[in-house]
Design a binder for this molecule. Structure first.
Ligand code: COA
Length: 154
């Protein structure tokens, strides 16, 4: 992961091969590895305001190792989701890099996400706070988290 390059693109600017590669990684992690039968292609990947972030080896942009998606479902409010790193590329700081980039774009605007319990501490370190009850989605416990203008990265 050390020599990977961080990329960011609006949905409209993604090539067909690139969106295919990002969706392929997400399906590899969430559906195949975690065994979650859910609607991975939820209709938001091509929304006008959707931003995709990913890390890929230098010179191999279409081989993403990690990705996340930043939605802007209502004007000025953001949602981060579809966060995943290929199994062989984990624990090398990839998610941290992606989060830093996405939150730089979010700035002081409110931002929400649904966190798997293992990741609550990590998101807390970026200023997110748990703001609702635990719930289960496709068999995996999550909590809703929110980051507001007053949040400061620890
Ligand atoms: C969760 C996931 C995205 C982390 O990606 P990553 O690129 O390995 O994350 P990073 O290397 O940037 O790790 C950042 C921090 O997250 C935390 N973290 C990462 N994976 C973790 C795990 N499995 N358990 C607990 N904490 C974890 C740690 O605090 C880590 O920092 P450290 O390595 O200094 O201890 C990755 O494990 C993954 O794709 N998992 C399957 C998909 C998934 O669960 N996605 C939903 C996340 S809400």
């Amino acid at each position: 992961m050390g020599n990977t390059v961080l990329h960011r693109s609006l949905a409209a600017d993604l090539s067909t091969a690139m969106i295919y590669a990002l969706l392929r990684l997400r399906v590899e992690v969430f559906v195949v590895e975690l065994g979650c039968p859910y609607q991975e292609l939820d209709g938001h990947d091509l929304d006008r305001t959707t931003r995709h972030y990913w890390l890929a080896p230098d010179g191999a942009i279409e081989e993403p190792q990690a990705t996340l998606r930043l939605l802007e479902p209502t004007d000025g409010q953001f949602r981060i989701g579809r966060i995943c790193t290929a199994r062989q590329a984990r624990r090398q700081g990839g998610l941290r890099r992606l989060l830093e980039a996405a939150l730089a774009e979010v700035g002081d605007a409110p931002c929400v996400l649904d966190a798997q319990l293992d990741c609550v501490e990590l998101f807390s370190s970026f200023g997110f706070v748990v703001n609702g009850a635990e719930f289960t989605e496709v068999g995996i416990p999550h909590v809703p988290m929110r980051r507001d203008a007053s949040a400061r990265v620890r």
